[in-house]
Design a protein around this ligand. Sequence first.
Ligand code: ARG
Ligand code: ZN
Length: 515
Amino acid sequence: MARRVAGGVLCFVASACGFVNDPVVVESSRTPEDSVAFDLPPPVETTPAEPSGSGNDEPTEAPSPTSPTSPSRSTSAGDQRFPELGSADIDVVHYLVKLAYRHDQRTIDGTLVVTGTLLNQTDQIALDADGPYVTAVRSGGASVDFVQAGRELLIALGEVKAVGSAFGVEVDFSVTVGEKSFFQGDVGLFPTPGGLWSVNEPDGASTWLPLNDHPTDKATWAFEITAPKGLTAIANGELSATHETLGGVTWSWQQTEPMAPYLITLLVGDYELVDDGTSASGVDLVHAVLRSRSKTLDAYRDVTRQQLAFFESLFGAYPFDRYGVAITDSVPGLAMETQGLSLFSSDELDGSLGRLQQAFLSHELAHQWFGDAVSPATWNDIWLNEGFATYAEWLWMEEVGFGDVQHVAEANLSGLPATGWPLAKPEEMFGLISYNGGATVLHALRLTVGDDTFFAGLRNWVATYLDDSATTAEFQVVMEESSGTDLDGFFDTWVYADSIPSQLPKSGAAVGSAP
Ligand code: ARG
Ligand code: ZN
């Protein structure tokens, strides 16, 4: 559950939610329900041809070595919070995502080409697909058997293949935009009057694409999105080409740095892409803004450069080759660190630059280091994303005069809930504990090891796990190596306990002996 502030607005960014200091009231004339309640054409009945092979039925027969009828023969990623999510049998190397969006019908016909390597010996692979209706699967150009069982898409490889074998499958599917509603706690694709947007954390990507939906399996991506002429289709990475086709215009995007599926962005609408040159450090800055709001972007260009330079000075080089802000007609109160192009609602990024905008902008930018470059290895490790981005947000807010971090951490500590801990496994994924609690604990760690060690440790964390995912235990190891100190006591007290101390450590507190 997200926090809600005045007006029923969702609140995912700490300072903006007014938890400490002066509450910020996020005004919105739209109710959450309004924001997704558009007049959609009635859903179109899609009756795809019955696929050769076992098709969309629940598995019924005993598995033969070549038919993909047994979910039990696939190993999930082993995420305690989402036991069904992901597959430990495959390492996807690259996804080619081809989508044809029909705005009149709100449907997408897609083909996903998935290539990778087998991590276990197996005769089938499993992808997550909780929404896509799969009509055909091919491997090496030939149709192969598949079955959709629950949220799994099981694909026969035709023979038992050894660990390390390469695989490549091509999946045809269709999906209807907006069948699920974000405000019922769901994620995925959402309609807007002029197109669509998406939010995919943690398991939304597999509601519209068949893929290995876990942050332990990062891949490179190419997107070829066909949208009606006059609309812009945006995904992660660099726009490499646009060309006219029968169905409209195809927009080709290349995401060449590894990315977890939950960080995908897909936007279709009347957008302008704004090339803003490069940052002082050479990062390409390309923003996306609804054409009707194009003037509002001007308020955020300089501050993005300033925040980038500030965070680079603390956390090390920006981890990707590009960054931008996307000002969209997604729901108010939500922002998302979609890789290389953070998602914001025009309700927050309305052309003004106050406390709320500073908080949202800094939080999502900081996630590019904490969440995107280094992703959580399990969803119980969510504080590695949200606590870190919230702490970075506090650091920026201090920099621009919105309150010093020590005071903010103290105020938070006294207001955090008593239940819902430990931080390493918070009751709510997107709640006060993972955000403000995580940030407060990071401040306690900084007071414990000292400023220089703390920031060196954060830089080592990013450098060590760049393009990868990691656990809370691995964070402890990095901080121990950086500080030359055993931090078991600190982590047991602040990270793994069911409650945390009521006082912050004194600056320079003793932390035990060398590990
Ligand atoms: N990671 C986002 C942020 O804090 C919040 C995403 C919330 N996701 C969700 N499905 N509610 O910046
Ligand atoms: Zn966040």
